[in-house]
Design a protein around this ligand. Sequence first.
Ligand SMILES: O=C(O)CCC(=O)C(=O)O
Ligand SMILES: [Fe+2]
Length: 279
Amino acid sequence: MFDIATVSYRDPGAPAKFARSLHETGFAVLTDHPIAPERIQATYDAWGRFFASEEKHAFTRAPGGAAGFFPFRSENAKDSAVKDLKEFYHVYADGPVPPALEAGTRALHADLVAVGATLLGWLQDESPAEVTARLSEPLTDMLAGSGQNLLRILHYPAVKTPPEPGAVRAAAHGDINLLTCLLAGSAPGLEARDTAGTWHRVPCDPGMMAINAGDMLEMATGGHYPATVHRVVNPAEGDRSARFSMPMFLHPRPEVVLKPGTTAEDFLTERLREIGLKG
Ligand SMILES: O=C(O)CCC(=O)C(=O)O
Ligand SMILES: [Fe+2]
């Protein structure tokens, strides 16, 4: 049974329900979270103007760099030869942001890190003792002072001509990081795969935030929270809508030990090579 729970952020029972869903499916969906829908819409509108302008190319990331604009078809999922049908911008706390977007985007980055810290605290409190005993330090401490937290602003352009075979908005992949907080996309499309290989739509109505465990959390907890594979499917034929979404990837400090002999930095370097974002 693959049942992604929808949990109110304000429910006193939320930490336990959230931890159970993340353990059973690798995903959970939050409602009543602190990021207002109007704010999310305003951010999508502002970034939509950015992606529609040629100015974006001036913000293209430096060769091998992690921050800035990544043009259409820069990234492939691990083990996938075809590039995804997306362009995106990577925002770090100390990285560049186009001036017109700066205030709102930086505030959103900070607020999402704060939500993420709360959620890691819930997991720390709700995980079985044998799971927390494996951690080199409490989950919230892994995040404290981390400059690695990444807000990715994603634009999946409208599909006008049939894409080449195998090209999808985002091919099946697991996330690399500890925990991902994804503000509801502007259109549906996100799906998660259960262990039997069946795909399930992840609820994404306005006001929802989808949370999933990444490889680093799976590794640190000995698999208690699985980094469930997910994808973004193409719109139905004839549907010309673009899609925007904003995942916040929560990352530990680079020196955090995920398991004996492997730091967060070692692990990240290896995975960025595999997805074509590092030479
Ligand atoms: O756009 C989405 O809904 C998901 C994006 C995603 O999974 C990712 O960028 O890692
Ligand atoms: Fe993802």
